[in-house]
Design a protein around this ligand. Structure first.
Ligand code: A2R
Length: 314
């Protein structure tokens, strides 16, 4: 019998990376099973790891009695019940750092497209509006904008590096002022929102950041402001956002994340003029998704070899 560890796959990730995982483990794909209960009864007890992308409830941990490790494909682990894992002596690993550049690129793509209305201009051109109505509307500069980064962590810093190349006036808000950067720090998010043209959210999800971008922050950003969310859908009050976009209290938004993915709130789907939507794809390049998969692979290998885990979160 193989001495490879058995991994219960709750949610699959990038297929080439999953195939690499198969080289060092035996994977059991729960999401494919029609009778999940029967599948767990058959395979749960032989698995020592769970592989997932974003979510892992306590009930699933209980169905895997010999569980030692949860492999979370992604840097955000707000969907993994960390308290339950810790109580059960289960370690959780995520995939930080390797996606910083990729997510920062997407944040810039959304900010640039949102500010210069690239997606709306594409529609305008295709629909023949150029011929019928003349030049597309005038928009605001992207370069030299005032930009506020909500969460100047690993990814936030890479966003700031890119903003510097666009000659932007960069500031940030988070709970702790950094001593290693010169960017202006705002201790209050509302004050920063009122001072910038573009607000980019790149903080963790979870209870402590739920609806942190609420009606007050949205209105402080104002009719000329642009909100970019590459963090988690839960950090924005999306009902307040939709309402502000519709009646012009907020200039524009570009969102890559939503509270209940892959669902997208209906009232956001209906807004085209000043809203860009993408399907949680900020880290979704071949290179980065492979790199993220290899972080999980290396963690599983470390566990197997009795070595310290590389990216533990608990
Ligand atoms: O607040 P601090 O000083 O701990 O700074 C962290 C900030 N942050 C917050 N800022 C304001 N209010 C909060 N309640 C709050 N909680 C955390 O977010 C820190 O500077 C930043 C997160 O940085 P990292 O831990 O380095 O995360 P990374 O790799 O940049 O990823 C950020 C998030 C992920 O959690 C996913 O949700 C998403 O990006 O992909």
């Amino acid at each position: 019998m193989s001495d490879k560890p058995h991994v219960l796959i709750f949610a699959p990730w990038y297929q080439p990376a999953m195939r690499r995982l198969d080289e060092i483990s035996v994977t059991h794909h729960l999401y494919l099973a029609s009778d999940k209960q029967a599948f767990l009864e058959e395979h749960g007890s032989k698995c020592t790891s769970i592989g997932t992308m974003h979510h892992c409830p306590a009930s699933l941990m209980d169905a895997v009695p010999n569980l030692k490790l949860i492999l979370n494909f992604g840097v955000g682990y707000d969907g993994v019940d960390i308290t339950a894992a810790t109580e059960r002596g289960v370690k959780v690993v995520n995939t930080p750092d390797v996606l910083n550049d990729c997510v920062a690129d997407m944040a810039m793509a959304l900010a640039l497209a949102g500010r210069r209305k690239v997606v709306q201009a594409d529609r305008y051109t295709r629909r023949g509006e150029w011929r019928k109505r003349g030049d597309f509307e005038y928009v605001n500069n992207f370069h030299h904008s005032k930009i506020g980064i909500l969460g100047l962590g690993r990814i936030g810093l890479e966003i700031a590096n890119r903003c510097a190349a666009f000659k932007m006036d960069i500031c940030y808000h988070q709970r702790t002022k950094r001593s290693d950067v010169e960017y202006r720090y705002f201790s209050k998010l509302a004050d920063m929102a009122a001072a910038v043209d573009i607000l980019i959210a790149i903080i963790p999800g979870g209870d402590s950041t739920k609806n942190i971008i609420d009606k007050e922050i949205i209105e402080a950003l104002g009719p000329q402001g642009l909100l970019v969310n590459v963090a988690r859908g839960t950090v924005v009050d999306n009902a307040a956002l939709a309402s502000a976009l519709k009646d012009g209290r907020l200039g524009a938004a570009a969102l890559d994340v939503f509270p209940n993915e892959p669902e997208v709130p209906e009232d956001l789907l209906n807004i085209e003029d000043n809203l860009i939507l993408t399907p949680h794809m900020a880290s979704a390049t071949h290179y980065t998704r492979m790199a993220m998969g290899m972080v999980l692979y290396n963690n599983l290998q470390a566990l197997q070899d009795g070595q310290p885990l590389l990216t533990p979160v608990n």
